[in-house]
Write a protein that binds this ligand. Structure first.
Ligand code: NAD
Length: 326
């Protein structure tokens, strides 16, 4: 048996690779273009079951070759990060639309079970929290770049469901809500790695907006367990699932907890969203998942709370510094 993880050199993908290696006897193919992923995320693996293929999901031929060699596919490769998507709209859209179509097309030829990574962004700016999978979506105008990511991910979901409906592809979609943990990069505006780096450097923690907006944060280990179970549960196929911790935390509170746990004396400052992302930027106030469906289908509940997440991120960050210094 061979597991294919597109985006396997990325943050969630590399943890999924760890999980599959630990839980199964499968070989693993990592397919990644290393745009936001890093080979360092796989350096700890000393396992001849892992094969890394550098490739682009926009290239249908190399995707098909990788999918042909697999018995299960986890499609996590995507252009991610609000900043990345806003700065590179064209390549982001092409990766997130054509890339997913290529993966599903190839999987449909062989009937290979496939997981497709979607996002809480598909709910847009809907005020009706917590979000259930069948809730209406409220998406802003096409002139606001960030909604291109939400729309591409929603199109991916439509495609996945259509492949299930029309050609019986065993496919499942997971909508991730702020998955966090070690190896997540702060380069593209992700809040926890950014705050931790700022606190450890003694720099001010930059909270965007007034900081009263809330998010729910899920440990990546809890998320990959859900992804694996969903993909390997036949009754989940042809369906969409929220994957995330339901408990919300305000960004102000998050910043305070990072300062406490790092023992830093860094200040917390506030920066208007427009200053960072431009005048048309829109940021939803709250984003909380209803995970009833996930719990009922695979018995999932998160094991790690926010303090454990932050401790793991801080520890991993400090270990990395020790390795760099050595
Ligand atoms: P990440 O950037 O660490 O992972 C994405 C991976 O895809 C990277 O390794 C990158 O190099 C690779 N990639 C990008 N474009 C590619 C291309 N054209 N061809 C091949 N590989 C390519 O981000 P992540 O947080 O691990 O995200 C994984 C998936 O989860 C993505 O589909 C993302 O949209 C989704 N997601 C993540 C979150 C989160 O909270 N982290 C939230 C919602 C959705």
């Amino acid at each position: 048996m061979t597991t294919l993880v597109t985006g396997g050199a990325g943050f969630i993908g590399s943890h999924l690779v760890d999980y599959v290696l630990a839980e199964t006897a499968d070989d693993v193919i990592v397919f990644d273009d290393f745009s936001t992923g890093r080979s360092g995320n796989l350096d700890h693996l000393d396992d001849d079951r892992v094969q890394v293929r550098e490739g682009d999901v926009r290239d249908a031929e190399s995707v098909r070759a990788a999918v042909e060699d697999a018995t299960v596919v986890y499609h996590l490769a995507a252009a991610v990060g609000v900043q990345n998507v806003v700065e590179n709209p064209l390549s982001s859209l092409r990766t997130n639309l054509a890339g997913t179509e290529n993966v599903l097309d190839a999987a449909a030829e062989t009937g290979t079970p496939t997981f497709v990574a979607s996002s809480s962004e598909v709910y847009g700016k809907s005020p009706d929290v917590p979000f259930s999978e069948d809730d209406d979506r409220v998406i802003g105008p096409t002139s606001t770049t960030r909604w291109g990511y939400a729309t591409a991910k929603a199109a991916d979901e439509f495609l996945a469901l259509a492949y299930h409906e029309e050609v019986d592809l065993p496919v499942v979609v997971g909508r991730f809500f702020n998955i966090v943990g070690p190896r997540q990069s702060g380069r593209y505006g992700m809040v926890i790695p950014t705050f931790v780096e700022q606190a450890l450097a003694g720099d001010p923690l930059t909270v965007y907006g007034d900081g009263t907006q809330t998010r729910s944060f899920t440990h990546v280990e809890d998320a990959v367990r859900a992804v694996y179970e969903l993909t390997n549960t036949t009754s989940a196929h042809g369906d969409v699932f929220n994957v995330g911790e339901p408990e919300p935390t305000s960004i102000n509170d998050l910043a305070r907890r990072v300062v406490d746990l790092t023992g830093s004396d860094a200040e917390i400052t506030h920066v208007p969203f427009e200053e960072v992302y431009g005048p048309d930027f829109e940021e939803p106030d709250r984003r909380e998942p209803d995970v009833t469906k996930l719990r009922e289908t695979i018995g999932w509940a998160p094991e790690a709370d926010l303090d454990r997440i932050l401790r793991d991120v801080i520890e991993a960050r400090s270990e990395r510094e020790v390795r760099i210094d050595a």
